[in-house]
Write a protein that binds this ligand. Structure first.
Ligand code: DX5
Ligand code: ZN
Length: 209
């Protein structure tokens, strides 16, 4: 069964939507963090963000769209966090930051943007628990799923057979009832607006399983 991680980036009322998600069987809450440098948009600071997680008992899947992951990892490691991912495009200090995440006993991952060749992940694959394949340009919710994502997932699946059979694949951006069929090579999908804009969250989650 496909695992589902719910993003509330586009939510107009995060406390309420997180409480509603608590009553579903969603596997994780996907936490999008933007610093206004790696991407143009900026999410609220940690001192505000941390209060939001009082509304959920679900484990968190943290997606850092930031230029300096080492500043954010110690903060988000304090919460009920299962995964922390940051971007392979940073090129710098990747091994150190993966180590830092592991030091907190948290599963570590790399995210990859749509225009970055999948093979850039190869040197790091043995070090990863999760790979977050972006199916939209990082920076905002509610965008359209990019078509060639399915080929990228297939390519990554082959690479994982060779380099790391325990890591899981997660897809992020534009996932809905229609685009879900292009995510079969993945183990997990992130869905934001598709779930949040529905009247019945559980029904929307079921349609992604
Ligand atoms: C995009 C974010 C995604 C996004 C998902 O930068 O990383 O997590 O919020 O939202 P939807 O499902 O609306 O594309
Ligand atoms: Zn995300």
């Amino acid at each position: 069964m496909m695992r589902v991680s719910a993003s509330f980036l586009n939510s107009k009322n995060p406390p309420l939507d997180l409480e509603k998600l608590n009553d579903t069987d969603v596997d994780f809450i996907h936490v999008d963090i933007m610093d206004g440098k790696f991407v143009k948009n900026k999410t609220m600071p940690f001192r505000e963000m941390k209060n939001i997680y009082k509304y959920t008992d679900k484990r968190l899947d943290v997606h850092l769209m930031v230029r300096n992951p080492e500043k954010y990892i110690p903060l988000y490691a304090e919460l009920n966090t299962e995964y922390i991912t940051f971007h392979v495009e940073l090129e710098d200090k990747i091994e150190e930051n993966l180590e830092l995440i592991k030091k907190y006993g948290i599963k570590s991952g790399l995210a990859i943007s749509p225009n970055t060749p999948v093979k850039e992940l190869v040197p790091y694959l043995p070090l990863l628990d999760i790979i977050l394949v972006m199916s939209v340009e990082p920076g905002m919710g509610g965008q359209e799923f990019i078509d060639d994502t399915m080929d990228r997932l297939a390519e990554l699946r082959v690479l994982l057979k060779e380099y790391n059979s325990h890591a899981i694949i997660n897809v992020d951006g534009g996932v809905n009832r229609m685009t879900r069929s292009r995510c079969d090579y993945s183990d997990m999908v992130v869905a934001g607006s598709y779930i949040i804009n529905g009247d019945n969250f559980q029904e929307r989650i079921d349609s992604l399983r």
